[in-house]
Write a protein that binds this ligand. Structure first.
Ligand code: 5GP
Length: 188
């Protein structure tokens, strides 16, 4: 997706060797016009796929997943990482190791909002080692729902998550795949 790649080239910063910061349009400040274009692009890429619900994880997946859900005209549900009184005790839960936080945390979704046989499209901002997406897939499996596919905005192709998901036959669409960051950002 050219417009996204141009923004990455113009505005991203690489920290600690492999952490790509896109706070100006995706992870902190959010460019809604760009999010709408991304939403439309996912709608196009998954046009032959039945989607009943969009699933993401808080915090940084929420903005993009909400806009994607608008294009599919379905609800969006986000897995919670933090304790909340809004969350019932009856949940699907799994452990996820955080690439950015360097620790393991639990993600949880209330059983009310993930139902048997629902077709779930997982959406997230980044795909790196795949821990976040794999955790979300576990929740889909625990609910006996169907995984319709996975849509990520930025895949870090130099980490293994994308390759592993494709090997498993998962319908993965990444709008920008970064091949390397060493001598400036290079896309696949
Ligand atoms: P994974 O679980 O695939 O290793 O990492 C994906 C999650 O970690 C994403 O949900 C994202 O929030 C975060 N993440 C991983 N790599 C990066 C990165 O380079 N930049 C940013 N902003 N987030 C990242």
């Amino acid at each position: 997706m050219k417009i996204l790649k141009d923004r990455i080239l113009k505005e991203s910063k690489v920290q600690n060797g492999d952490l790509i910061k896109v706070g100006s349009f995706l992870n902190h400040q959010v460019d809604i016009d760009l999010m709408n274009k991304i939403g439309k692009e996912f709608q196009k890429r998954f046009k032959d796929t039945k989607v009943d619900k969009i699933l993401t994880a808080e915090v940084s997946g929420i903005a993009i997943a909400a806009i994607v859900a608008q294009y599919f005209n379905v609800p969006m549900v986000f897995a919670r990482k933090t304790k909340s009184h809004n969350l019932s005790k009856d949940v699907y839960a799994t452990d996820v190791y955080s690439f950015t936080g360097k620790k393991t945390y639990k993600i949880k979704v209330s059983k009310e909002y993930l139902k048997r046989n629902e077709n779930i499209l997982i959406v997230d901002d980044f795909l790196a080692n795949g821990q976040a997406v794999k955790g979300l897939i576990k929740l889909v499996n625990k609910a006996d729902a169907n995984l319709a596919g996975v849509g990520v905005v930025i895949e870090k192709g130099f980490q293994l998550g994308g390759e592993e998901l494709r090997k498993e036959g998962i319908n993965l669409e990444s709008l920008a795949i970064i091949e390397s960051v060493e001598d400036g950002i290079r896309f696949r």
